[in-house]
Every structure is written in structure tokens, then in C-alpha cells.
Design a protein around this ligand. Structure first.
Ligand code: NAD
Length: 438
């Protein structure tokens, strides 16, 4: 199959590279010339474990290339995937479809033979039908079908998720498009990963329903964590005890500083908006959005309490600012709420993050970036763990405590135990949903 992938972000690039690894001929397109230049010299513009190696393998095998020229890529393609961003539209919470529709129009005028126009971006129900109209209007002679193929990969584990998915969802309107999609995903089908065929609307809804459900699960345990703090229960034990129930499952039950990232915040907002538009309010999701905002604010209170009631003039070392480990993605990360608040209230913030600096520098003005945790905690008044990078999971806490002015820790990912932190010489410790000390 010949595939054109429009957009080389976290989803487009990973999907394009993986499709080429399946043996398809893939041309990845981006309108950002800097990204294309980097990709052509073998550099991935995003951090995703294993991506550059897989990219190099398939470029060398002549199955994968990069261009800024959409027309060239779409010419003769069996399928054209739209994997551009669908951020929250300013002001109203809707998914902004500007990029999707612009791409659809460009694709329409570039198509030369039958092709399936596949939307991989997360888009509200009804969008694929709109894409169909846009393409037909821009090129009334175009011979094409549309397909909805939402993506479920997780940043940080994206290649494995793409190659070994729990399921692939494909929404189509006819057999011709289904055949092309089956051919594209045949390597997964042969390995017995479930490929689920649906109508367009159900495919679009599955993506939002899945993300809103996961965001609800996280928010549920965060709320339980708050109650654990007041009652003496330990949320780690509670989530373990809940997760062992097969009907619940143990995933997405880790209490933390609130969900963030490029998907959950915008997708919950878009689902809530969709509900309002159809006079069917998504009341649970609307509450989840509110509660998640409160969770982030509660984290600020914890840090302030730890610092004795004010952060003014305090040196605070923040470990991790990306929204989760193994990615450089900062979109809607809890750090973007917490760190600016600390800076704005007079704290001197030092940040250590294995991959966050490139994005974070522009987003977190007024902080000092450090590479070394021990240097960054020298003479610090408090250390705050915001992202559970592996690098932060086995720190020499004694060494850290000795160097700090006041050895106190806010562990907002529950990666240490109060006992270990106390033994290392810390004088105060707060975490999520369990007792600390100091
Ligand atoms: P992104 O912002 O990282 O990448 C989008 C890319 O598209 C950018 O490089 C941009 O330059 C390019 N682009 C925009 N318009 C273009 C055009 N007309 N022609 C060529 N290139 C164009 O976005 P992302 O994180 O990859 O997300 C893409 C979509 O996938 C979104 O709808 C998102 O909700 C969905 N999604 C994302 C994830 C994730 O983990 N990031 C997971 C599942 C689904």
C-alpha cells in the first residue's frame, strides 16, 4: 500500500514510521519546514523511545520518506491519513477542526486516483462526514471514501502501543474503503490483534468515550486520595485493593497531581461541549474536568504548607515537568499550573527534567534549568516530585537531604515511602492520599 501521512507530530510520525515497518510505502508530510529538515537528517522532532532507530531502519529500506510537499505525497496514494492537531478552540471548548479541514481541502486537490481519506486525529462525531463534504466540494471529480481510524497510542510507549494495540477501530461507509483499511492493518490482523469495524460515528465516539473514561478513573482515585488523607487510609493500598478486582483493573488508578497531556484535557472538554450541543449534558465528564482543576490547586496548597505557609523567597527544586515520563510533551502538564504559581509567589524554582527543557524553556519563564538533581537540590528549601521519571525513582535521598537547607519533600507521585524519606534525614514529607510526617 502507498500511504501519505499528513502531520508528523506524536501520532503522525509514529503511525507513519510503524506503517512503513509493516512494509508499506509511506511518505510523511508536514507544513513545518524545520520538522521536515530534521526528519530528513534522521532526527525525530519529538522524543519518543525507539523512534529514531525505527525511522532510520525504514528510511534505509526505502519505504519511508519526508516532504513538505503534500501534492507529491498524495499523488497515487491508496490512503491519505490526516494526523494533524485538534486542540481546544479558544473560548468554547470545542475541538478546533481548522487544521483537519485545511488538510482535507489540500488533499482533495492533490488526489489523482481512488484513495481513502482517513482521519486519525481525534475529532468530534460528525467530522468525517464533514471531511467528505469538504473534499467533494474542493474536487467534485475526486474518487474517494472517508474512514475514521482514531489512535489510542500513549506517548512514551507509542511504538509498542501501535505495534501491539489492544484494538484498532476503523469506521467506514462501504466495503471498498474497508478493504483498503484491512490491507493496511493486515500485519496486525495476522497477529490476531482485534480490528473492529464500525460506522463513522461510532468510531469517532469510541475515542472520546475511552479518553473520558480514563480521565474519570484517574480523577476518581484522586478524589479518593483526598479522603484518604483525612481518614488515615493509604491510597496506594486502596488502589491496589480495588485494582485486583478484575471488573475494575489496576490501570489508571494511581493518585497524582491531576491528569494533563495533549489528550485528556482537550478531549474531555470537547466531549462536554458535544453533549451541550446535543442537549445531552455529559455531567460526569463536566464534573471530572472541574475536580481535576481542583486537584492541581490542592497540590499548590500542599507545597505551601510544606514550606511553612509561604513560598516567598524559598528555593524549590522541581523534579519533572513533562506531563508524564518518557515524553518531552508539556501540553497541559500539571507543572504548567503549579510552577508558574510558585514563581509568581516569590519562589526561586530550579527544574530538572530529562526531556522537558526544549519545550519547557518557553513555557516556564523565570525558572533555572539543571541537569543534575544533587546540584539542583544544593541549599534548596524544598524538593517537589512532579513527574515520575525513572531517573527520580532511586535517588540517594541521604545525599540530597544533607545538601538541602531544609530537607523537606512533596512527592506528588508517591514514588517514595515516608519511612525511607525519614530515614534519609528529611524533616517533612507530603505525598498523595497517605500520611506523611513533619
Ligand atoms: P501534534 O501537534 O504533535 O502534530 C500535528 C502536526 O501536524 C504538526 O507537526 C503540524 O505542523 C502538522 N500539520 C498541521 N496541519 C498540517 C497540514 N495542513 N499539512 C501538513 N502538516 C500539518 O499533534 P499530535 O499530538 O500528533 O496529535 C494529532 C492528533 O492525534 C490530535 O487530534 C490528537 O488528539 C490525536 N491523538 C494524539 C495522541 C497523543 O498522544 N499525542 C494520542 C492519540 C490521538
Amino acid at each position: 500500500m502507498k500511504i501519505a501521512m499528513i502531520g508528523t507530530g506524536y501520532v503522525g510520525l509514529v503511525s507513519g514510521v510503524c506503517f512503513s515497518d509493516f512494509g508499506h510505502d509511506v511518505v510523511c508530510v508536514d507544513k513545518d519546514p524545520k520538522k521536515i529538515e530534521q526528519l530528513r537528517s534522521g532526527i525525530a522532532p519529538i522524543y519518543e523511545p525507539g523512534l529514531e532507530d525505527l525511522m532510520a531502519k525504514n528510511v534505509n529500506a526505502d519505504r519511508l520518506s519526508f516532504t513538505g510537499n503534500l501534492t507529491e505525497a498524495v499523488d497515487g496514494a491508496d490512503a491519505v491519513f490526516i494526523a494533524v492537531g485538534t486542540p481546544t478552540r479558544r473560548g468554547d471548548g470545542h475541538a478546533d477542526l481548522t487544521y483537519v479541514m485545511a488538510a482535507a481541502e489540500e488533499i482533495a486537490t492533490a488526489m489523482t486516483g481512488y484513495a481513502v481519506v482517513v482521519t486519525k486525529s481525534t475529532v468530534p462525531v460528525g467530522t468525517n462526514r464533514q471531511v467528505k463534504q469538504v473534499v467533494s466540494k474542493a474536487n467534485p471529480k475526486a474518487d474517494f471514501d472517508v474512514a475514521s481510524n482514531p489512535e489510542f497510542l500513549r506517548e512514551g510507549a507509542a511504538i509498542d502501543d501501535f505495534m501491539r494495540p489492544d484494538r484498532v477501530v476503523v469506521g467506514v461507509q462501504n466495503e471498498r474503503a474497508a478493504e483498503v483499511m484491512n490491507e493496511i492493518y493486515r500485519p496486525l490482523y495476522l497477529r490476531e490483534f482485534p480490528i473492529m469495524a464500525t460506522d463513522l460515528e461510532s468510531a469517532e465516539m469510541i475515542k472520546y468515550a475511552a479518553n473520558a473514561f480514563l480521565a474519570t478513573k484517574i480523577t476518581f482515585i484522586n478524589e479518593i486520595a483526598a479522603l484518604c488523607e483525612k481518614t488515615g487510609a493509604d491510597v496506594k493500598m486502596v488502589s491496589k485493593g480495588m485494582g485486583l478486582d478484575g471488573r475494575i483493573g489496576d490501570k489508571f488508578l494511581h493518585a497524582g497531581p491531576g491528569y494533563g497531556g495533549s489528550c485528556f484535557p482537550k478531549d474531555t472538554q470537547a466531549l462536554a461541549r458535544m453533549g451541550q450541543d446535543h442537549a445531552t449534558p455529559m455531567q460526569l465528564t463536566e464534573t471530572v474536568i472541574k475536580v481535576n482543576d481542583q486537584v492541581k490547586r490542592r497540590m499548590i496548597d500542599k507545597i505551601v504548607d510544606l514550606c511553612g505557609g509561604s513560598v516567598n523567597g524559598k528555593v524549590i527544586t522541581v523534579l519533572g515537568v513533562t506531563f508524564k515520563p518518557n515524553t518531552d510533551d508539556m501540553r497541559d502538564s500539571p507543572s504548567l499550573t503549579i510552577v508558574p504559581w510558585l514563581v509568581g509567589n516569590g519562589a526561586k524554582v530550579r527544574v530538572v527534567d530529562p526531556q522537558g527543557k526544549r519545550e519547557g524553556e518557553g513555557l516556564l519563564p523565570g525558572v533555572a534549568w539543571n541537569e543534575d538533581v544533587y546540584k539542583a537540590t544544593q541549599n534548596a528549601d524544598a524538593v517537589v516530585i512532579l513527574t515520575e521519571w525513572n531517573e527520580f525513582r532511586a535517588l540517594d535521598l541521604k545525599r540530597m537531604a544533607k545538601r538541602m537547607t531544609t530537607p523537606v519533600m512533596a512527592d506528588l507521585r508517591n514514588i517514595y515511602t515516608p519511612k525511607d524519606v525519614k530515614q534519609a534525614g528529611f524533616t517533612a514529607y507530603v505525598s498523595i492520599g497517605r500520611e506523611g510526617f513533619g
